[in-house]
Design a protein around this ligand. Structure first.
Ligand code: ADP
Ligand code: ADP
Length: 225
């Protein structure tokens, strides 16, 4: 039984068919890569999975739950890291994560412990009192990843997390994603570069122009390309 079942999902914006009849299963515990050029529909699909966007047609199931019927429950299960760097507030790394822990309704007395654990996980303990704006791009990326983990989600969705990172930061990201898989999380990750994901993912799916081209075990898919 897959963790996530996508059934005949389509998404239309005014003049654009961003997704066309996508059906896909995502097994529990995988590092699942979504690959496609810009405009393929990756962000649209990931936002639908995170219950941040409603499909025009079709359904997404998380086990027995249909996403559009219980978006709040799904949002608790999912940590979503968007593909853009926003403007950072005037906060330190620790304050930044504490702020998001508050947004997720985590009681005040628990926040400091959670924040410390997350900073350690993403190897930013030494930057806990540094202003977010002063962090390197790779560090900001890891902080955003920690932010997506604040409510201890089962599923982590990372939209283009490797874009703009130097090779060393990419290796660190890859190791972090593997650690998260080891902690029992299912990770979905997108990229427009196949090679960026091939070595990190257990499964991949390729999207083009809103259509699913191929999906499955990473080695099997690469052999068929
Ligand atoms: P990707 O993440 O693969 O780059 P997107 O999901 O962002 O693809 O976009 C898929 C298509 O849908 C693109 O043609 C994009 O311009 C269009 N699109 C995305 N979001 C919107 C929106 N809010 N309104 C109109 N068109 C959109
Ligand atoms: P990506 O990097 O995945 O291609 P974009 O940078 O194209 O995503 O899109 C960033 C944001 O702008 C998203 O929220 C997306 O829905 C929105 N967007 C993308 N294309 C359009 C569009 N043609 N019209 C309106 N909004 C769009």
């Amino acid at each position: 039984e897959p963790l996530i079942k996508i059934q005949h999902v389509s998404k239309r914006y005014r003049n654009t068919n961003a997704l066309r009849d996508i059906s896909l299963e995502i097994p529990r515990g995988t590092i699942f890569g979504l690959i496609g050029p810009n405009g393929a529909g990756k962000t649209t699909l990931l936002r639908i999975l995170a219950a941040l966007l409603t499909p025009s047609d079709g359904q997404v199931w998380f086990e027995q739950q249909e996403v559009t019927r219980a978006p709040a429950i799904i949002q608790r299960k999912v940590g979503y890291m968007p593909d853009f760097f926003g403007v950072y507030p005037d906060l330190t790394s620790a304050e930044y994560l504490e702020f998001y822990a508050g947004i997720h309704g985590i009681p005040r007395q628990k926040r400091a412990g959670i924040v410390n654990d997350l900073l350690e996980l993403v190897e930013l303990s030494s930057k806990r009192d540094a202003m977010v704006e002063t962090l390197s791009r790779g560090m900001k990326q890891r902080l955003c990843l920690a932010r997506a983990l604040v409510h201890d989600p089962e599923i982590l969705i990372l939209d283009e997390p490797a874009s703009g990172l130097d090779p060393r930061a990419r290796v660190e990201l890859r190791e972090l994603v593997r650690t998260l898989q080891g902690m029992g999380k299912t990770v979905l990750i997108s990229s427009h570069i196949l090679l960026e994901l091939a070595e990190m993912c257990t499964d991949i799916a390729i999207l083009q122009n809103g259509e699913l081209i191929i999906a499955g075990d990473v080695e099997k898919v690469i052999r068929q390309l």
